[in-house]
Design a protein around this ligand. Structure first.
Ligand code: URA
Length: 210
């Protein structure tokens, strides 16, 4: 059984994350770092993808060689910030199927409101990796996983850059079967639901909208 929360402590991940947290890091650099870090996190979140073997011929001899088993996995981006993690992951797993869940956070209630849902077919036969850089209150993450389970997904993982303890607790309560992989478990949320010390608004920082 996989741990509910895995914090990837690899030095490259930690170094890149520090650069991303710094407020003076320009948008283009932030985006590039996000692309790089997403691939390192993807490596961790897929570490137990099932394998089978296929007979191949090397220039030297025949062999039974390992290949990924089963259906192509599904990457589900929670819009809009999830897309920043998606690009790098697709470079590493180019045959993955991709879905999008559009949820925005009502700034007063902090509750998620759905505005878009489009996901690959046969979700129940795929490993599903939900990507969203910031696991803050956990309300939108839990709601996205609810929607995916409703669409048939059973093998779901959640990948984020930063997690707040409040978000991890919310996910554990709502979806104890969904392992979380992150680069950092931060201290707490502030009173408007932002992660401290955090990195600010992930969407604004990657898209340069502020
Ligand atoms: N979303 C963000 O972009 N940043 C936070 O700190 C919390 C939620």
């Amino acid at each position: 059984m996989q741990e509910h929360l895995t914090v990837v402590k690899h030095p490259l991940v930690q170094h890149k994350l520090t650069l991303m947290r710094e407020k003076g890091t320009p948008t283009a650099v932030f985006r590039q770092l996000l692309r790089e870090i997403s691939q390192l996190l993807a490596y961790e979140v897929t570490h137990n993808l099932p394998l089978t073997t296929r007979e191949i011929e090397t220039p030297m001899q025949e062999m039974e060689a390992p290949v990924l088993a089963g259906r192509k996995l599904a990457l589900i981006s929670i819009l809009r910030a999830g897309n920043g993690l998606l690009d790098g992951m697709l470079e590493l797993i180019p045959s993955a199927r991709v879905g999008f869940v559009g949820l925005y956070r009502d700034e007063e209630t902090l509750k998620p409101v759905q505005y878009y849902f489009k996901v690959p077919d046969q979700l129940g036969k795929r490993m599903v990796i939900v990507v969203d850089p910031m696991l803050a209150t956990g309300n939108s993450s839990a709601a996205a996983v609810d929607l995916l389970k409703g669409a048939g997904a059973t093998d779901i993982r959640f990948l984020c850059l930063l997690a707040a303890p409040e978000g991890v607790a919310r996910m554990k309560e709502a979806h104890p079967d969904v392992p979380i992989v992150t680069a950092s478990l931060d201290e707490r949320l502030n009173d408007i639901g932002y992660i401290l010390p955090g990195l600010g608004d992930a969407g604004d920082r990657m898209f340069g909208t502020k």
